[in-house]
Design a protein around this ligand. Structure first.
Ligand code: MLT
Length: 335
C-alpha cells in the first residue's frame, strides 16, 4: 500500500484480502471425481488491488470457478516487487487450494534478488500462461515533454528532479523503467509502490512524473486524457490505443517489453489437480466475455496450447535466462 505521497521505502508486507466470491454452479459440493475442489480456492495476486495483475486475475477467476464447480477467492499479498507473495505460495500446502498469479517478475526476480526465498523452477508447478500485456510509457498530463524523444532529452537534463514510479524491484514497471533508463543513458529517482494501481492514482494526481505500466491499467486513463501517453513497448500499435506510437516509431526501438502472466501452484500439487486448473484456465480464456474485456484493455488470451503446464514451464525457463542477461547487461546488480 503506497501510503505517503513520495514513498521511498518498500514496505515489506501488507495483506489485503478482498473476497470476490466467484460462485460456480453447484457451490462447493460441485467438485467431481476426487472431490476437488471441495473448499474455496485462493488466487494470490502479488500486487495491490485494482492494478493490472489484479485486473487480469479477476477477469478469469469467475469463469474458472464455474468450470471447476467451486469458489475462487482473490487475495492481494503486496511487497518487494511480488516476491513476498511468491515466497508465501511456495510455502503453501500443495493441495490445489492456493494458486499464484504472477508475471514476468517471476523470471526477473532470480537476477534481482540475492536471497530469494524460493526457486521459480523448483518450488512451483506451472499451470499455464494467461496473457501477454503490452506496456505504455505514461506521464502526468501536465508534464513538459511532448513525446518520447522530448522525454529522453528532458530526463537527461533534469535527472536529479524527475521521478519514475514503479511497483518495486522485480515488478514489470521496474523492469521497463530499467530498460528505459538504460536506453536513455540516465539514472533516475525511482519511487516504489506496492502496485501500479496506487502509482497510477498518484500519476493522475501529479505526485509523480512518469512510469511504465501495462495497458490493462493505463488504457482508461489514457483514453480519458487523464495521463499523457508517449509510446507502447511492442512492435505493433495496440488496437485499443490507436493514436499511441510504438517505441520504435517514437525513436527508442530498444525499449521492447510485454508482460506475460501465468498461474502457479506450490510444487508437489497433484498433477491431476494441476491439469484440472489448466483445463479450467483454457475454458476461461475461450470465454467471449474474457476475450472482449482483454481486448478493451489492449491484450488478448494466449493460445490454448500455451495455457498448459508444459508450455508455461518452457517459457519460464527461457525467460529466466533471457532477463538474467538483459539485467546484467544493463549493469543492474542483485540486491
Ligand atoms: C501490478 O499489478 O501492480 C503490476 O503488475 C505491477 C508491476 O509489475 O509493475
Amino acid at each position: 500500500m503506497s501510503t505517503s505521497r513520495r514513498p521511498w521505502m518498500i514496505t515489506v508486507l501488507a495483506v489485503v484480502s478482498l473476497v470476490a466470491a466467484c460462485s460456480g454452479d453447484g457451490g462447493t459440493e460441485g467438485g467431481d471425481a476426487g472431490g476437488y475442489p471441495d473448499q474455496n480456492i485462493t488466487f494470490v495476486v502479488p500486487f495491490s488491488a485494482g492494478g493490472p495483475t489484479d485486473t487480469v486475475t479477476r477477469m478469469i477467476a469467475d469463469p474458472m470457478a464455474k468450470a471447476l464447480g467451486g469458489k475462487i477467492v482473490v487475495q492481494n499479498v503486496e511487497g518487494a516487487g511480488g516476491t513476498v507473495a511468491a515466497g508465501q505460495v511456495a510455502q503453501a500446502e500443495p493441495d490445489g487450494y492456493t494458486v499464484l498469479m504472477h508475471h514476468i517478475g517471476m523470471s526477473t526476480a532470480p537476477a534481482l534478488y540475492k536471497d530469494l526465498s524460493y526457486q521459480p523452477l523448483e518450488d512451483f508447478a506451472t499451470i499455464g500462461l494467461v496473457t501477454e500485456v503490452p506496456m505504455t510509457v505514461v506521464a502526468r498530463k501536465d508534464f513538459a515533454p511532448a513525446d518520447l524523444a522530448g522525454l529522453t532529452t528532458y530526463v537527461k537534463a533534469n535527472s536529479d528532479k524527475v521521478t519514475l514510479a514503479n511497483a518495486g524491484i522485480g515488478a514489470a514497471s521496474h523492469l521497463c523503467g530499467l530498460l528505459f533508463q538504460s536506453a536513455a543513458g540516465v539514472k533516475l529517482q525511482e519511487v516504489p509502490y506496492q502496485g501500479t494501481g496506487p502509482a497510477l492514482t498518484d500519476l493522475v494526481g501529479g505526485q509523480v512524473d512518469f512510469m511504465c505500466d501495462q495497458t490493462t491499467n493505463t488504457t482508461g486513463q489514457i483514453t480519458a486524457g487523464k495521463v499523457k501517453a508517449y509510446a507502447v513497448t511492442t512492435p505493433e500499435r495496440v488496437k485499443s490505443l490507436p493514436d499511441v506510437p510504438t517505441t520504435t516509431e517514437a525513436g527508442m526501438p530498444q525499449l521492447q517489453v510485454s508482460v506475460w502472466h501465468g498461474l502457479y501452484a506450490p510444487a508437489g500439487t497433484p498433477p491431476e489437480i494441476v491439469q484440472k486448473l489448466s483445463e479450467a484456465l483454457k475454458t476461461a480464456l475461450a470465454d467471449q466475455a474474457v476475450i472482449d474485456q482483454m481486448a478493451k484493455l489492449g491484450t488478448a488470451p494466449v493460445a490454448a496450447a500455451d495455457a498448459t503446464p508444459e508450455a508455461h514451464r518452457a517459457h519460464l525457463e527461457e525467460q529466466i535466462t533471457t532477463w538474467a542477461k538483459v539485467i546484467s547487461d544493463a549493469g543492474v546488480k542483485a540486491s
